[in-house]
Design a protein around this ligand. Structure first.
Ligand code: FCB
Length: 455
């Protein structure tokens, strides 16, 4: 047996987001969000489901905190629904919405669980979408108002703030690929969205610091590890391009390096930026590079890229992995990618502190006749990724915590309820929560602050 012990005080947690678990989509004065609108639009969600009820966490939050306590979680990352707090996106505050989050935070603190709040996990108020959404610079201003309202109310008790979750998804999945709300397919809108999301982050940082002076402030970026399929020049160039499109376009400006010049040139050559970066106003790049206390990283997989000799030079990705090394999402299990990510963000970007704010896997393993859920595949996935993180810590990477995605099965965006990422099984018909084997295994890791691996 090998035992890998983690640093004292390491924050083991789980993560969720508002739209994926809360339900209560139109209760107690909540406004409509772009995900309400999107999921109510036929054809957008693969199983035709919506987040109207989801895990009903809005009504079952006390039971969910009890569950977290049973698992011994040290920390819990969740997001706030912007339209629950500001139904029109700005202006009028819905006190009932704010009160819900106050009770949740107080409940967590009473249970000895550290709350990590994500302000934006994709559920933009529909009222702001109607004014143009993220491609409209005014949405960035509205976000600062929202950050101010929430942090004035919770800033005395919350010590960890994350402005945004995964700007790449907001920009690219929402506005270029169109798989996520608002479902647009317009690459220009995607670049404007990226800019305004990053800008709103930078503008919100000083507001959060003012309202919550004891707190750590950061942002969560997602990362895919791109590798060339061969040592041939076209494949290497392709991997570099994808890394720029997915990773560097977001990491570079946050760390004060402006948008990557090779990508700006590529977008310009492709006709996407006829006037260059005309949406960048004086002071924007400085604002979005506001010094942070930590960076949150979400990691799931790698992609191996090959250029098939496509005439249009479109990015092509091939999964090299056999089926048994992929999760139900089709994503390859590749723990080394987490090791490289942590190393890169520390050694190349010099992040002062890092949290893995999401890592996990979708497997459909459900209850057997006795009600037990033997999700050994999830245990194997997590153990391998924890070990990769431990290796990075050994090399000096300042990793301070790790949040498994997710506490429980939930509404997996365009996939609906078909993908199950939870440590805890949710029976959506009865809302019964049933911890899987992985949940009990995780409890033991947390209690020992160590991972034990067979030799
Ligand atoms: C991330 C999202 C999270 C969840 C996982 C599987 O991109 O932040 O909400 O959907 O993927």
């Amino acid at each position: 047996m090998t035992t890998l012990t983690f640093p004292d005080g390491f924050l083991w947690g789980t993560a969720t987001s508002a739209y994926q678990i809360e339900g209560a989509w139109n209760e107690d004065g909540k406004g409509e969000s772009i995900w309400d609108r999107f999921s109510h639009t036929p054809g957008k969600i693969r199983d035709g489901s919506t987040g109207d009820v989801a895990c009903d966490h809005y009504h079952r939050w006390q039971e969910d905190i009890r569950l977290m306590r049973e698992l011994g979680l040290k920390a819990y990352r969740f997001s706030i629904s912007w339209p629950r707090v500001l139904p029109e996106g700005r202006g009028r505050v819905n006190q009932a919405g704010l009160d819900f989050y106050k009770r949740l935070v107080d409940g967590l603190l009473e249970a000895g669980i550290v709350p990590f709040i994500t302000l934006y996990h994709w559920d933009l108020p529909q009222a702001l979408q109607d004014e143009g959404g993220w491609p409209n610079r005014r949405t960035a201003e509205a976000f600062v108002e929202y950050a101010d309202v929430v942090s004035r109310s919770l800033g005395d008790r919350v010590r960890h703030w994350i402005t945004h979750n995964e700007p790449w998804c907001i920009a690219i999945l929402g506005h270029q690929i169109g798989e996520h709300a608002p479902g647009h397919q317009n690459p220009r809108e995607a670049l404007l969205t990226a800019h305004h999301v990053l800008l709103s982050h930078g503008w919100a940082v000083p507001v959060l610091r003012r309202n919550s002076p004891e707190a750590e402030v950061g942002i969560t970026l997602n990362y895919t590890h791109y590798m060339p399929a061969s040592s041939g020049e076209p494949d290497i160039k392709q991997a570099r391009w994808l890394d720029g499109w997915f990773n560097r376009w977001f990491f570079d400006p946050i760390f004060g390096r402006h948008y990557p010049a090779d990508m700006t040139a590529a977008y310009q050559a492709g006709g996407l930026l006829p006037q260059g970066l005309d949406f960048v106003q004086p002071g924007d790049m400085e604002a979005m590079a506001a010094p942070l206390d930590f960076i949150g990283l979400n990691y799931y997989t790698r992609e191996v890229c090959r250029v098939w000799g496509a005439a249009d030079n479109k990015p092509q990705v091939v999964f090299a992995a056999p089926a048994d090394q992929r999760t139900d999402m089709g994503w390859e299990v590749y723990p080394d990618g987490l090791y490289w990510l942590l190393s890169r963000v520390y050694f190349e970007y010099q992040a002062p502190k890092i949290y893995v704010t999401e890592n996990g896997c979708s497997y459909s393993d459900g209850p057997d006749e006795t009600g037990r859920i033997r999700d050994q595949r999830r245990i194997d996935y997590l153990a391998a990724h924890f070990a990769a993180a431990h290796r990075a810590i050994g090399n000096g990477v300042p990793l301070a915590g790790y949040f498994v995605w997710s506490l429980m099965d939930n509404f997996e965006w365009a996939h609906g309820f078909r993908q199950r990422f939870g440590l805890v099984w949710v029976d959506y018909a009865t809302q019964q929560r049933l911890p899987k084997d992985s949940a009990w295994w995780y409890r033991d890791v947390i209690a020992a602050n160590a991972l034990t691996l067979p030799d």
